[in-house]
Design a binder for this molecule. Sequence first.
Ligand SMILES: NC(=O)c1ccc[n+]([C@@H]2O[C@H](COP(=O)([O-])OP(=O)(O)OC[C@H]3O[C@@H](n4cnc5c(N)ncnc54)[C@H](OP(=O)(O)O)[C@@H]3O)[C@@H](O)[C@H]2O)c1
Length: 221
Amino acid sequence: MTAKTICVLGGTGFVGHQLISKLTRAGYYVIAPSRNRERHRSLQVLPKVDVIDADIHDEETLNALFVGCHAVINLTAILNENKRGEFKKVHVELVEKIINACQNAGVTRLLHMSAINADAAKGSSQYLRSKGEGEALALTAEGLNVTTFRPSVIFGKDDSFFNKFAELLLNLPVLPLTCPGSRMAPIYVSDVTEVMVKALNDRSTFGHSYDLCGPKSYTLE
Ligand SMILES: NC(=O)c1ccc[n+]([C@@H]2O[C@H](COP(=O)([O-])OP(=O)(O)OC[C@H]3O[C@@H](n4cnc5c(N)ncnc54)[C@H](OP(=O)(O)O)[C@@H]3O)[C@@H](O)[C@H]2O)c1
């Protein structure tokens, strides 16, 4: 039997590394498009993983990538805009293109990564509003079995959030916090990726959205 292929968009990032290695251990073959595959040699050495240079914002490229795939997983996101309009491009327009390409290529299963408190209307930041808009598009896509995930901050060996704060705490005498009372329930990256792999073929998750939180809630302070 040939392995089923999963296309993981944004698979070269922090969550993607973990997810892809779990997918390969579960027997899947993975295609991971990147803007620059050379930066991701640690993924390239994994068996059954194809990291390829591709512009995923190009619709023809997406169509071609998805042909023959069992499922598509979208992890692509940015935390900050370098250029005005980037949140919309990556979190909303790309989701529209992914949905169209799934429909064109005959892919019926999509896992989409959103974020806790993402909400197109009420999100507290542009990041969360654009993530909310993209998630709503995914959940209402026609002909697609979609599951979305809404994690709190994710921690793990290579995370950017806790490692960044640890670096600052080591190097600054005082660390000013803009929102010390912000609440979060950090979740371990391995738990997030395990849930995603389990959901892939679980029909009971079709059309559902899951908040993913760790067992304890903390303030930023
Ligand atoms: N990490 C967290 O604490 C956290 C919490 C809540 C939700 N999430 C969500 O979880 C998902 C994965 O997060 P992560 O921490 O793994 O992110 P990450 O490490 O920043 O990885 C994101 C990936 O997206 C790709 N990407 C970024 N900008 C792009 C662009 N303009 N065009 C095309 N591709 C682009 C990059 O791939 P290339 O550079 O190879 O092209 C990168 O590897 C995201 O949807 C994020 O919103 C994360």
